[in-house]
Design a protein around this ligand. Structure first.
Ligand code: SAM
Length: 591
């Protein structure tokens, strides 16, 4: 272990050094479990606490611990005397001084005080409000590190939850693509049994694949699913060009497809409006509260969205527009929503108001049009309910069109004020192209797109298939899907409203046979009845688009047991700097 001691002040972003925390009160465990720097009184108290709770770690303890992984919330996972502590802002491979905030029987939470020894993958978060906002969780980790972590998160879930075998892979120079932090994560002494698997990857010395979940003491698999870290790992690396050599049989998990420029990627801003002494403000809710903090710029938001929100706030102040107050239910402006079509440049502004009447509406519209010519649609959504749901039921056009148009690939989409549309259009195209590739279409196939939303994937597939059927539970989304099919002159797509698990069995009874079934379920994964129907319909291929590696792994296990083989998983980074992990998986029928 290196003797060099870099130290970072707590706060996720800083590269600037701080003290090592020497002289702070409390005891600190070094990684060998030795107690250092403790007062005798504190030791007696700690011993008393330990006797009472059976834990060696107590609330308010200050410790120096090794961070050996990262959980699905992006929190560092540390070990103190074999006890697991989750530490927001800490990275795998780091040694951190922390203060224990809360202890539970099997794990606890601690606050990062100082980074005593930093991960080589630690970077200064460029966003000045990163620590307060909470919208991003990974800005303090290099982008390469984020991509590696996302892939490893998928690998861990497949192995641990799905009990699936992931192929080890190699390529000529692994160090080109494997983040340095992955190599630097070192198991805390005294916890060697767990650390090897904790930081992900879990290729044991003998080359066998280990199961991380069992390494969190006393955790059952349900808790472990949420709590066990996925660290940065070294196994299964592949070439940056996507090439990889599989060294043993198993599922190939490809390197995460990231963005060349992972900033300013969002096409939609939804900004809550409030008021302070200075007047109307809009930004984000301060962590753990409903106090709105003003924000001028968000680094993952398109600049034009930021710009329009700033102008709308200024115009609101100029015209004396009141901000909605959650507690009293009074005040007019609740949210400013801005959408930008990246390909066409068109923009839509939606003012969500607590009531229909907008004082000085003409002046407002005039000023917005004058200052922001990219806006082709200004809408009002009326929401008078005392709720934190953003939109109300009534939307009307104040000026311009009711939709903006955008393209993903060759497919055109009409986006209304309420339409769901993917927020990262560049990566959406990457994800959908991979989905189409995995579907292996020749133009003759019948494809079912379950959980189809506004039919984006369906329309992508329809360009290469004979017939596509899309099903979605939200009626308005299916209306959008039909409208978009028409817009593109696609006549080989049919959409139906309903639950996939109800509608698809009905289609089967009607004699519809599918060569490929694509599923893109919400976080909770596929309904078991849908998986049953897949077994009955026996499509050659199943393509599973997932936003939750845990439920993906659970469903893959079911599909494998039902006669499908998981071939390959491609993680795609849809939300850089956040902990969201999206992936697309190809399964083929084995029997
Ligand atoms: C992850 S989104 C996928 C949307 C779409 N494939 C896309 O790429 O934009 C999941 C969708 O499933 C829908 N949904 C949820 N439960 C459903 C069910 N039981 N049957 C059909 N659709 C459902 C949701 O309304 C949502 O639109």
């Amino acid at each position: 272990m290196t003797k060099q001691r870099k130290s970072f002040k707590a706060g996720f972003g800083g590269r600037a050094g701080g003290g090592t925390g020497k002289g702070r009160r409390g005891r600190s465990f070094e990684s060998n479990g030795e107690v250092t720097g403790s007062g005798e009184k504190h030791m007696r108290n700690a011993a008393a606490t330990a006797k009472l709770t059976g834990l060696l770690v107590a609330k308010n303890d200050e410790l120096v611990i090794d961070i050996i992984g990262m959980n699905h919330d992006g929190e560092g996972v540390g070990r103190a005397e074999g006890y697991t502590l989750f530490v927001a802002g800490a990275l795998p491979g780091e040694k951190a001084r922390v203060k224990v905030l809360k202890t539970k029987k099997q794990y606890g939470y601690a606050k990062l005080l100082d980074v005593v020894q930093a991960s080589p993958d630690r970077v200064a978060a460029p966003c000045p409000i990163y620590d307060q906002c909470g919208g991003c969780q990974l800005q303090h980790l290099s982008y390469e590190g984020q991509l590696a972590w996302k892939r490893q998160h998928v690998v861990d879930a497949l192995e641990r939850i799905g009990k699936l075998r992931v192929a080890r892979a190699a390529q000529p120079d692994v160090s080109d693509v494997v983040p340095t932090a992955a190599q630097s994560v070192s198991p805390p002494s005294g916890a060697a049994d767990s650390a090897g698997s904790m930081h992900g990857g879990a290729i044991a010395a003998g080359g066998g694949i280990t199961n991380s979940a069992k390494n969190v003491p006393g955790m059952d698999s349900a808790i472990a699913e949420d709590a066990v870290p996925s660290g940065l790992g070294t196994d299964g690396a592949a070439g940056s060009d996507g090439s990889l050599t599989v060294l043993e049989q198993g599922i190939v998990v490809r390197p995460t497809l990231g963005m060349d420029e992972p900033w300013r990627y969002r096409n939609k801003a939804q900004v809550p409006i409030g008021v302070t002494e200075g007047g109307l403000v809009g930004g984000f809710y301060a962590r753990g509260s409903h106090r709105i903090v003003d924000m001028e710029t968000c680094l993952i938001q398109h600049e034009h969205n930021d710009d329009i929100v700033t102008r709308v706030k200024a115009i609101g102040r100029q015209l004396g527009v009141t901000a909605y107050n959650e507690e009293s239910g009074r005040g007019l402006l609740r949210h400013v929503v801005v959408k930008k079509a990246f390909r066409t440049g068109e923009m839509m502004l939606v003012l969500v108001t607590n009531g229909r009447d907008i004082p000085h509406a003409d002046a407002w519209i005039g000023l917005i049009r004058e200052q922001t010519p990219q806006v082709v649609s200004i809408c009002q959504n009326v929401n008078t309910k005392q709720t934190n749901v953003i939109f109300g039921d009534e939307t009307r056009v104040l000026w311009g069109r009711d939709v903006i148009y955008d393209y993903i690939g060759e497919v055109q989409f009409a986006i209304s004020a309420r339409s769901f549309y993917q927020v990262n259009p560049l990566q959406t195209e990457v994800l959908y192209n991979k989905t189409v590739e995995y579907a292996g279409l020749t133009g003759k196939e019948t494809v079912i797109d379950a959980y189809c939303g506004i039919g984006t994937i369906s329309l992508f597939l329809a360009q290469h298939a004979d017939q596509v059927y899309g099903v979605e539970i939200v009626k308005e989304a299916i209306e959008d899907a039909r409208r978009n099919a028409q817009l593109n002159g696609m006549t080989n797509v049919k959409f139906e409203v309903g639950a996939s698990e109800d509608v698809i069995p009905r289609w089967k009874e009607q004699g519809i046979e599918a060569d490929v079934i694509v599923v893109d379920p919400p976080r909770k994964g596929c309904d078991p009845r849908l998986l049953e129907t897949i077994f009955e319909m026996k499509p050659e291929r199943v393509v599973y688009v997932s936003c939750n590696p845990s439920t993906l792994a659970r469903d893959l296990r079911v599909l494998e047991d039902g006669g499908y083989r998981t071939v390959e998983v491609q993680p795609v980074d849809m939300f850089p700097h956040t902990v969201h992990v999206e992936s697309v998986t190809l399964l083929v029928r084995d029997v």
